[in-house]
Design a protein around this ligand. Structure first.
Ligand SMILES: [Zn+2]
Length: 221
């Protein structure tokens, strides 16, 4: 089954993506990770991508789409894949649809991890990181066991630089502007399932599994 995962920063999207990938064996394809890998490589594509990133520009849609198309035509994606961070616009979604359509496929399911602005802000404000070893914490969902000290190395955990309220609000704005049209787009295509992401990782994971199993059943019949 071919899945797209949508969710705000702080919705636990990355964590759920890993859980789904592990449970169902579908590769987790994150465009952020693909770009990082490409940047480390030496191809002409790598040079082009590096150029955009170094100039602080967005990698153009045509290149992003090519890269994702290449990735999902690899053999480990035959049984299904999980896209995270792509598509980011209706334009990308349309091209992806056409490309999959040519191979008799499509996006079967879009899971939207929905969370209110207040909840997103609360979660992002509660994020901490260990300056010593880089381990992530969250004072609400995943606090250090003792007095704000890292479980692994004992260093006092600290806020991330990019987690101040102004930057959080800016990121949230960008996210809403980008994602809402995609949510509407996939609702019209009747493939979107909205999941309440305000619960714990385990509870959200159970809902995600129920939705996927339901879709898989429909898919098989
Ligand atoms: Zn540490």
């Amino acid at each position: 089954m071919n899945l797209v995962l949508l969710g705000a920063p702080g919705s636990g999207k990355g964590t759920q993506a890993e859980l789904i990938s592990k449970k169902y064996g579908w590769p987790h394809i994150s465009t952020g990770e693909i770009f990082r890998n490409i940047k480390a490589g030496k191809s002409s594509l790598a040079e082009a991508v590096k150029g955009y990133i170094d100039r602080g520009q967005l990698v153009p849609d045509s290149i992003t789409v090519d890269i994702v198309e290449q990735r999902i035509s690899e053999s480990d994606c035959e049984r299904g894949f999980l896209l995270d961070g792509f598509p980011r616009s209706i334009y990308q979604a349309e091209i992806l649809g056409v490309s999959l359509g040519r191979r008799g496929m499509g996006i079967d399911c879009v899971l939207y991890l929905a969370l209110s602005d207040e909840a997103i802000i609360r979660r992002l404000e509660a994020r901490r990181v260990c300056p010593g070893c880089g381990r992530d914490y969250n004072l609400v969902t995943q606090p250090p066991k003792e007095n704000g000290k890292c479980d692994a190395c004992g260093t006092q955990v600290a806020r991330r630089v990019d987690d101040n309220i102004k930057i959080i609000r800016e990121r949230l704005d960008v996210y809403r502007k980008e994602t809402q049209p995609l949510v509407d787009y996939y609702i019209k295509k009747k493939v979107l399932s909205e999941i309440d992401a305000s619960k714990t990782i385990e509870e959200v994971s159970v809902s995600v599994k129920e939705f996927i199993d339901l879709k898989c059943d429909v898919h098989r019949t």
